[in-house]
Write a protein that binds this ligand. Structure first.
Ligand code: HPA
Ligand code: ZN
Length: 324
C-alpha cells in the first residue's frame, strides 16, 4: 500500500509554506542571517513541538519564521518543500503564505513574492511540480490590516490564485472579514477560509454565507450541525482536511478517533493535506499513510480522495488533464 500511495498522483490544497520550515533549514538560515533561536539544536527544536492547541503551535510557528529575511530564504524554504513533496508523489501544491507575519518583522511583500515565484518556476521546470498561491489574512489581526494587505498586493493580484484566512480561529469569526472578502470577489480573486478547525460549525456557515468561499480549510467540526453537513454535501463543497495536524493540535485525541470516516460516509468531498508538515509529523504521504493505518481504507477510497483534490485545485483545465 505504501508503494501505491506514493505513486498515486496527489495534489496538496492546504499547506502553509512557512509551516514547511524544517528545523535543519531553520538553523541554517538563523546562521546565515545571524538570528538567535531559543533552541540549542535541531533535536531540541523538534522536542519543543509538543502542542496543547492551535495557539501554542502558532507561537512557535511565528517564532520559527523569524529566520526568513531575504528573497533567497523564501526561495530555499519553498524549494526545499517542493523537493520533499515531489519525492512523496505530490504533483501539485497550493500554498498559503502569511505576509502580515513577515511585515511585522520588517520583511516587505516583494521579498516574499519574489522568493516564492522563483521557487515555483524552478519546481515547475525541474520537477514538473505545479503550484498555486493563496495569500492568507491573519484573522487575529484587525480587518483594516487585511484590507491594507490586499491593497498593497495590487502588483501581485494576477499572481494570486486565491486569498485565505488563517491563524487563531476562536473569537475571530469569518464575519470580521466580510468587506475584505467582498473586495477580493470584486477583483475576481477566489476565496478560501479556515473554519471549523477549533471554531464552531457556525463559522463554517459564515465562511459560506458571508465570505463566499469555494473551499473550507479543515471544516471537521461541521459534523456538529447535521443541516450544515447536508448543505456541504448538496453544494459539493470541498474540505481540505489535515488529519496529522488535527491530532497534534488536539482537535482530536487520536487519529483513530478522527471524523474522516464520518465525513466520507456523509458524502462530503474531502481531501488529505499536511497543513504545517515540519511541525505536525509529516507531509502529504504521511497523512495518507496515517489514514491507511487508522481506517484501513482500500485503494478505491484513496483514488477518490486524490481525485477530489485534483478536481478542486486552482489549475487550468489543460494542467488538470495532464495530472490525471
Ligand atoms: N491553523 C490556522 N492557522 C494556521 C495554521 C493552522 O493549522 N497553520 C498556520 N497558520
Ligand atoms: Zn491551515
Amino acid at each position: 500500500m505504501r508503494d501505491f500511495l506514493t505513486r498515486l498522483p496527489k495534489a496538496e490544497l492546504h499547506l502553509h509554506i512557512e509551516g514547511s520550515l524544517e528545523p535543519e533549514l531553520m538553523f541554517a538560515l538563523a546562521e546565515r542571517n545571524r538570528v538567535r533561536l531559543p533552541f540549542a539544536s535541531v533535536e531540541e527544536a523538534r522536542d519543543a513541538y509538543d502542542f496543547s492547541d492551535l495557539q501554542s503551535f502558532l507561537d512557535l510557528y511565528y517564532q520559527g519564521m523569524s529566520v526568513l529575511h531575504t528573497v533567497e530564504d523564501f526561495y530555499d524554504l519553498a524549494m526545499d518543500y517542493f523537493r520533499r513533496a515531489h519525492a512523496e508523489g505530490v504533483v501539485h501544491v497550493e500554498m498559503h503564505f502569511d505576509p502580515q507575519a513577515h511585515q511585522v518583522r520588517g520583511i516587505e511583500l516583494p521579498v516574499v513574492m519574489e522568493g516564492l515565484a522563483l521557487a515555483r518556476r524552478h519546481a515547475e521546470r525541474e520537477l514538473g511540480l505545479s503550484s498555486a498561491l493563496i495569500m492568507a489574512f491573519l484573522r487575529d489581526q484587525d480587518a483594516a490590516a487585511a484590507m491594507s494587505l490586499l491593497d498593497e498586493a495590487a502588483p501581485y493580484w494576477e499572481m494570486l490564485d486565491a486569498v485565505g484566512l488563517d491563524s487563531a480561529e476562536r473569537g475571530n469569526p469569518p464575519s470580521k472579514f466580510v468587506e475584505v472578502f467582498e473586495r477580493a470577489a470584486r477583483l475576481g480573486i477566489p476565496r478560501v477560509a479556515h473554519a471549523g478547525e477549533e471554531g464552531p460549525a457556525a463559522y463554517i456557515r459564515e465562511a459560506l454565507d458571508l465570505l463566499d468561499v469555494c473551499r473550507i480549510d479543515h471544516g471537521v467540526r461541521c459534523l456538529e450541525d447535521p443541516d450544515l453537513v447536508a448543505r456541504l454535501r448538496d453544494e459539493g463543497m470541498v474540505l481540505t482536511v489535515c488529519p496529522l495536524s488535527n491530532v497534534r493540535l488536539k482537535v482530536v485525541e487520536r487519529i483513530e478517533e478522527h471524523p474522516l470516516p464520518q465525513l466520507l460516509e456523509a458524502g462530503l468531498r474531502v481531501t488529505l493535506n499536511s497543513d504545517d508538515p515540519a511541525y505536525f509529523g509529516g507531509g502529504v504521504l504521511d497523512n495518507y499513510l496515517a489514514c491507511q493505518r487508522a481506517f484501513d481504507w482500500d485503494e478505491a477510497t484513496f483514488i477518490q480522495i486524490a481525485g477530489t483534490a485534483i478536481e478542486a485545485a486552482f489549475v487550468s483545465q489543460r494542467r488538470r488533464l495532464a495530472l490525471r
